[in-house]
Design a binder for this molecule. Sequence first.
Ligand code: K7E
Ligand code: CUA
Length: 702
Amino acid sequence: MTRKPRAHTSRLHVALAAGVVLTMIAGDALGQDTTRRRRRTEDAKPIELTPAQVADLTKLANSRKLSVDDLVAAAKTYLPSGRHDDYVLFSSGGQSGQVFAIGVPSMRLLRSISVFTPESWQGYGFAGDNDAVRERLKINGKPVEWGDTHHPALSESGGEYDGQFLFIGDKANARLGVIDLRDWETKQIVKNPLTVSDHGAAFVTPNTDYVIEGGQYATVLGYGYATPEDYKKSYRGMVTMWKFDRAKGRIDESQSFALELPPYWQDLADAGKLASDGFFFVNSFNTEMATGGIESGKPPFEAGASQRDTDYLHIVDWKKAEKVFKDGKAKKINGFSVITMDTSAAEGILYFAPEPKSPHGVDVTPNGQYMVVAGKLDPHVTVYSIEKVKKAIADKKFSGKDDYGIPILDFDAVKEAQVELGLGPLHTQFDDKGYAYTSLFLDSAVARWSLGGEYDSKNADEPWKLVQKTPVQYNIGHLCAAEGDTVSPDGNYLISMSKWSVDRFLTTGPLLPQNFQLLDITSPGTTMPVIFDAPIGVGEPHYCQMIKADKLKSWDIYPEIGWNPHTQALDPHSPQKGKEGVVRDGSTVTVNMTAIRSHFTPEHVMLEEGDHVTWRITSTEQTKDATHGFCIGGYNINLSLEPGEFAEFEFTADKPGTYPFYCTEFCSALHLEMMGYLHIKPKAAPKADASDTKPATTASAK
Ligand code: K7E
Ligand code: CUA
């Protein structure tokens, strides 16, 4: 075989490379290639298996030890490459401080959204000094750069998820994050000025007028101090109503207020809807007001807080509370408006109903008529009727008042039903066929039970009865049904957020993933099989909400070149193409840069030691998914520049040297060439000595 002449080969390569470069400069090769378009549902043709194919499939199933149920489960969840999921699950990210978006039924992780924790891929919190993200993560001036996210809440219009915003609570620090679902980025974090930590957040009213943040561990409101001896006198609970300004896409703190509550430990909350619109409901435990202290002979918290047979469901008439707040009858604690318990009692804002026993979840049925309370230490769920509640309030059917003067509604007057389900009921979701689904933590099972009232006619089962149970693996906390918190749930998929996975996956060290299990709840008459297990190895999620994917109207690219996602508007400082460069005013320097495949302009940035630098970059890309990164090693800077995005960072050039900066996202064939140099010239020329002639590494190693 004769070799081709070298020169010829390399000329061919040069020509090919030039072609690639031209294609890259022209951009868009991917975007316009219709032959590589994704496989759509409508392109699918009906199949009919031949006997030979059935035989092959059977053989394959047997070789992989799969049952018929397994094959069916696979067929229900498998998505061919390019096919999209029907639902998006927005899950709390637990201690990761983030939110995860997961496709259903495939259970594939689509992305995380940074909220309370800096995250470098998204360039969240890696924009140098005075970073807007790090600034808003501070509490009382201290950086608090993680969160314990529990309950995500999608914005609603008329009680339906509208796909516009997502809210998420941080239990550890009593904060709320606001995410805009046009670009899936956190826009705002509000810190509750009354309390250190919370739990029942976030829940929205049916038109997202308010985002509700229920409390948990009582403290002295407004960061006060008192010893446990003064618990009853000085400690307080709270629930906060954050006013949401939809047009601005922000919580309006000046129009927000809280209700002072007794120092019971308020837990989960849910807003009324339809029949119960205008109310919300909050559970509580530790109505014993136990203060722990086993060291001094008192019962420990877990025993002290579990002595009574009932705690109090808090029933709040928030429309009345809103009026009282607007009438100026709230007082200020730490600058925040608070309606006192006396005012709530006098104005008929707050009522209690007894609830067994150390309850956890309260969930309102889709028609708004019933509130389902799950008592962790009671094998029943207790169902309350809003009609009965309203009537009992009107008829003053009280069994007494608590120590703080809040009227307690007579249990039998407001109770609709109690349904025995099993051990450790926690949370409840609903379907479209008149069933409710309750997680049983101790039983490790999901219980399906029939609702009564107007739901009675929807299913063939007797009302208020356990219908069946499906084991899950293991120790389920929350569960989440498709569109499950809306006025019209879909009733096909249900997620079991199983806390322990034990033996379900390969061992990953002593720390094991959580287990998201997908249940098919389509058929009321049969079982609810688990059809997929998804390990979640990035934090312990608590709650999630599942929205129809086609309700999300996300942007493919930012609306204008130079868009600032922090302000959600075109940024006046955004560098424009042709106007790049370095502007110096003494030692204050502005760098104006643009980025497009596969080039940063300018490629060399000349600075001097001690310069204070504001560096602005606009991505002028207009192609979907053409994301660039931008990092400077050693200065803790990394940005994500999505198409059209403007980003800015500040730093002091205090360490001289020659720093390559580069694109951290593999954006093109010439991605590695998408780089440049930052030159930071030392202030004074180094003193001449022998080491001057040595390489820099040797010199600096001294
Ligand atoms: Cu884990 Cu809603 Cu915070 Cu229950 S919560 S499990
Ligand atoms: Cu731009 Cu890689």
